[in-house]
Design a protein around this ligand. Sequence first.
Ligand code: AKG
Ligand code: FE2
Length: 420
Amino acid sequence: MAAAPTIKASAQDIPNDIDSGLFGLQVLASDSDSESVNSHTSMADVKKVTRRLRNEAYQMNKRRERAYATFIRMEGLSSVEEVFDKNPQQAMCIINIGFGDIGGATTEQIESVFGQFGGFEHVVSKHGKPYTFVVFKTADAAQAAYAKTYGKLFNELCDKPLLLEYLNQHSFKKLLGMTLGEYSDDCALDESRGLYYIADFITKEEEQSIMQYIRKDEEQEATNNGGPTKWLRVQKRYVKHYGHSFDYHIKHVGDASLAASQSLPSWMWPFIERMKQKLLIYADQTPNQLTIQRYPTGAGISFHTDSHTSFTDIIMILSMGTPVQMDFQKPESGATMSLDLEPRSLVLMAGEARYGWQHAIHMRRSDLVAGRVRERSERWSITMRTINKRMACNCAYPELCDTNEETVQRLRKERGIPAL
Ligand SMILES: O=C(O)CCC(=O)C(=O)O
Ligand SMILES: [Fe+2]
């Protein structure tokens, strides 16, 4: 006797307007995870299954509506029709799975599901967004993956039914075209604007030895009741100053005399010498203030511009440990950009990058680099600056300049520096 056909259905197969019975259920080949209705199934069972499936379809619709609303709000759209396409396209949006702590998945988890399909290219996640994009080589390849994944549960993907939409061509470019390292406007921040990035400024061995020196200073501090200088906790990071201290309450160099309170650690001298040679900085730009920072995983530094009246033009940052993304913003125009700070790299900010932009390292446990989630661990950095003895600045960025701030005027008076 021929086997009874198995009716397989999952919630997504049921049309939204289903009103009774088995309408809309597809008759498919047998499949172990399918809902089975065979010749022994009573009409009551069929009704039960139908009711359950209808309820699932209703829940799924609700989920989809919620995800649409979030997408529209976050992308500043008036409707989803602006971005989604009914016809298969090369890129799809998983509208209900993003990356992050709550209900999120990592790039690797999403790849592990979609990477099984032919023509898979890559996953693009966006920070703080509860949706993700999956790109295929062709619309046909995307369609094949869509057919096998839509509405399905994957335990790698938080056991949520996968909701997918094809992305129209225009939105593909608009939403996914901008990768890190590109700029949000015409305000490209580059060397002509004073931002320089030197990869592998120090070797791996040098990185290790600097970290050892820092740890040794730390031990000395613990055993000697104070080593060269003290670690302070600022937000979630640890900070230590050499040369001159920095007062986070007044947001200014702390030493009243503006005389160096400490010499720079001798292990830094060879690197400062290398900077002078490689970067051709002038003698009067030789750093005389160092800030060493230790960022436990997830720590960061809020958006700021290094005080214009505390330090002169050139600021350099040496990175060690985990790579992180540094974000830049220009409050006046809203322009933004990100720079990936690899360990052992040196960043130099001068001119517009130093005076006219703010920079930050967001407090989070991972970064997105070209659409991939990269977990962070511990990071160390050394910021090198030169004290601004005039305590004045005549930059072209008054909105970020502290020259006329009351505190600075008071400090100028207290420190015997003539008023402007
Ligand atoms: O740790 C870093 O890379 C950033 C440090 C910084 O912005 C600062 O010290 O002002
Ligand atoms: Fe800074």
